[in-house]
Ligand binder design. Structure first.
Ligand code: GLN
Length: 262
């Protein structure tokens, strides 16, 4: 089972004003009218290398995102089918019509808004620079000249590394999932990596990784749930209505507490 995690919980409590909703078994048919309702099944893209948001344990998908999307589906009367894939494949799969919904610790960005519509934000995150636990040479991007930085394909961390590469003169290695990135730095193949703060803080606390976070978060962003742009207004309304119910009732907090608490 997951260990409890006090530090991150302080961060969460201060960063979030979200609360939550009704019981799991409650399925409210009255909210369903039109295309998005009536027990329709939506295929949902997830990145299961991303605890505490999404991970696989004992053959089951678990995490904050998984519980949230299940609770939203329950409250709005639709079914979901989870599809685990590399993060970099998720938006293309939404665009190709293979996924109806993406929930993957996905940051809301202007660039992504050109191809997907996002729900209301549900979590505040932001990427951090991470180095080996014994590394005392690197504290900011400016210390990376001639070094190698690992990022995950298709992420905001990868964008950030590219945007700053010319200024600071480092090499970029791109991998497809988070555990491989962590491995690459802990085994000395790379000097640093960029990962969302809550994810790397959780990974270090959970698995005693030989890594440490340096400096402040490189920027602040928020996670949102994505659907194909311009074609899913009703589904998006349901997702937002479900999120709001979770915020209003207390279920949102319960979900966070289950995975991250003191
Ligand atoms: N939040 C980051 C992004 O949206 C990373 C997401 C992830 O790796 N699952 O790009």
């Amino acid at each position: 089972m997951m260990k409890k995690f006090g530090l991150l919980s302080v961060f969460l409590v201060s960063a979030l004003t979200l609360a939550a909703c009704g019981s799991d078994e409650e399925t409210d048919g009255s909210s369903g009218s039109g295309d998005g309702g009536g027990g329709e099944t939506y295929s949902v893209g997830i990145d299961t290398t991303y605890p505490p948001f999404e991970f696989e344990e004992d053959g089951e998908y678990k995490g904050i995102d998984i519980d949230l999307i299940n609770a939203i589906a329950d409250s709005q009367g639709f079914e979901i089918e989870l599809n685990a894939m590399d993060f970099g494949g998720i938006i293309p799969a939404v665009q190709a019509g293979q996924l109806d919904i993406a929930i993957a610790g996905m940051s809301i960005t202007e660039e992504r808004k050109e191809v997907v519509d996002f729900s209301d934000p549900y979590f505040e995150a932001g990427p951090s620079l991470v180095v080996g636990a014994d590394n005392n040479d690197i504290e900011t991007l400016a210390d990376l000249e001639g070094k190698t930085v690992v990022v995950k394909t298709g992420t905001t961390g990868a964008d950030l590394a590219r945007e700053n590469q010319e200024e600071y003169g480092y090499e970029i290695t791109q991998l497809e999932d988070s555990p491989s990135m962590f491995q690459e730095v802990s085994n000395g193949n790379a000097d640093a990596l960029i990962e969302d703060y809550p994810v790397i803080a959780y990974a270090i606390a959970q698995s005693g990784l030989d890594l440490k976070i340096v400096g402040d978060r490189l920027n602040g962003d928020s996670y949102g749930i994505a659907v194909l742009k311009g074609e899913n207004d009703e589904l998006l309304e349901k997702i937002n209505a479900g999120l709001q119910e979770l915020r209003d009732s207390g279920e949102y907090d319960e979900i966070l507490d289950k995975y991250i608490s003191e």
